[in-house]
Design a protein around this ligand. Structure first.
Ligand SMILES: Nc1nc2c(ncn2[C@@H]2O[C@H](COP(=O)(O)OP(=O)(O)OP(=O)(O)O)[C@@H](O)[C@H]2O)c(=O)[nH]1
Ligand SMILES: [Mg+2]
Length: 385
């Protein structure tokens, strides 16, 4: 990497204007060879390192990047295996960066490399963060953003500004510069989940940090596909929840309750189906046939447990997802925790009934059961602390 040094008055050397440019990539093998020469040209004599953070792309972007790094020692590549997500990729890039100014840029050609030096200049003039902004005067979007995509972007931007109380026009931009010290100060508070690292930084920097927006025109993706999937959109809603309400009620608890509510429907459906198979009646009662009733109830409970386990493993605790034999072990733990939860719920209900609380006892018992199940499963089944 090229570096420039300047002698300060007291003769101690100070590192000056070294740029770490972070390029997060997923399936951008076709775009990188077109983008990198443009970036190098735009940077001119600026001392730089380029850090490509690739999430083990199936199109082997990391290999293409490494090949290009052979010709330019300023290019470094992180191939992440078993970790994914745009925000966490950018944070990982920052953590390994050696420069004192960081710039993040898409690798698909939508961000104009000639803006990079403008962003750096803003930092040199006193900004803590400089944003390549589509929504300030002079900025914009070209190309084939259809009505739906443009509307989604507008809604998401407005939601973010309102709910997270950030005072910029384009908090969702993927093109920005940040000073190392500003990043390091915010680092312990960052949420690596999701797609919108700039928004997260804006939420977690000190209030006095200066944030400037530099207009730029968001271009057209050169090759390949957008990664703005449905999953990314759901993650954005989850992210907003965590940013606004997460400290009062953990997101995983809300997800656990949503799954649990769906589990009730599965429970009833399985009970009815088994009842119908055993007695020809969709709602068997103990008075009618106590054996059939017991079997239908047990079938309903176990169906709900299987359903809840699968969904919680895929969604609620996706970060700690269990696979292979661990999933089987986890399923057994989940069963045990739920059985104890049912017992706790039952005991509390009986106790409160005995104290004369009436129907409220059932409600409190159910609440105790849910909180018990959630806590035990979070800690012992998924070990998500
Ligand atoms: N490392 C890493 N990079 C990602 C991930 N998702 C997206 N990227 C990269 O982040 C940049 C932005 O992603 P895009 O899919 O272009 O998102 P976008 O620009 O909002 O969407 P389009 O306008 O449709 O291109 C691109 O360089 C992607 O390759 C990810 O999960 N991990
Ligand atoms: Mg893009």
């Amino acid at each position: 990497m090229q570096r420039s040094w300047t002698e300060a008055d007291d003769s101690s050397a100070t590192l000056l204007r070294v740029l770490s440019l972070i390029l997060p990539t997923f399936n951008e093998a076709q775009n990188l060879p077109e983008l990198l020469p443009k970036v190098q040209q735009a940077l001119g004599s600026v001392p730089y390192e380029i850090i490509i953070v690739d999430d083990d792309s199936p199109d082997r972007t990391w290999e293409v990047a490494r090949e290009m790094g052979k010709a330019d020692p300023g290019i470094r590549v992180i191939r992440r295996v078993g970790r994914w997500g745009l925000s966490s990729a950018v944070i990982e890039g920052f953590l390994t960066a050696t420069g004192d100014m960081f710039v993040v840029m898409d690798a698909d050609g939508q961000h104009d490399p000639s803006i990079v030096t403008k962003l750096m200049q803003a930092l040199e003039e006193g900004a803590g963060i400089a944003i390549g902004s589509r929504y300030v005067e002079g900025g914009g979007v070209v190309g084939e953003w259809d009505e739906r995509r443009a509307m989604l972007s507008r809604i998401a931007t407005r939601l973010a500004i309102r709910l997270c109380r950030v005072k910029v026009k384009d908090p969702m931009s993927g093109f920005f510069a940040i000073r190392r010290d500003v990043f390091e100060d915010a680092l312990p508070r960052l949420n690596p989940k999701g797609f919108k690292i700039l928004l997260d930084l804006l939420i977690h920097i000190r209030p006095h940090t200066r944030v400037w927006e530099i207009p730029f025109t968001f271009g057209v993706r050169a090759h390949g596909e957008s990664k703005l999937s449905r999953r990314v959109q759901i993650e954005f809603i989850e992210y907003l929840y965590e940013a606004v309400l997460g400290r009062f009620l953990p997101l995983t608890f809300v997800q656990y309750c949503i799954v649990g509510a769906m589990g009730v429907a599965v429970h009833l459906a399985a009970y009815a189906l088994m009842g119908w198979m055993l007695t020809g009646d969709l709602t068997p009662t103990p008075a009618q046939d106590s054996r059939a009733f017991l079997l239908a109830m047990l079938g309903g409970i176990e169906a709900a447990i299987v359903f809840n386990f699968i969904l919680n493993n895929a969604w609620t605790f996706a970060r700690a997802r269990l696979r292979g034999w661990r999933a089987i072990l986890g399923f057994l733990r989940f069963n045990a925790a739920c059985a104890f939860g049912a017992l706790a719920s039952y005991s509390v209900t009986l106790f409160l009934f005995a104290l004369g609380f009436g129907f409220v006892s059932v409600f409190v018992g159910a609440l105790v059961g849910v909180i018990w199940n959630y806590t035990m499963n979070r800690v012992f089944t998924w070990r998500d602390r």
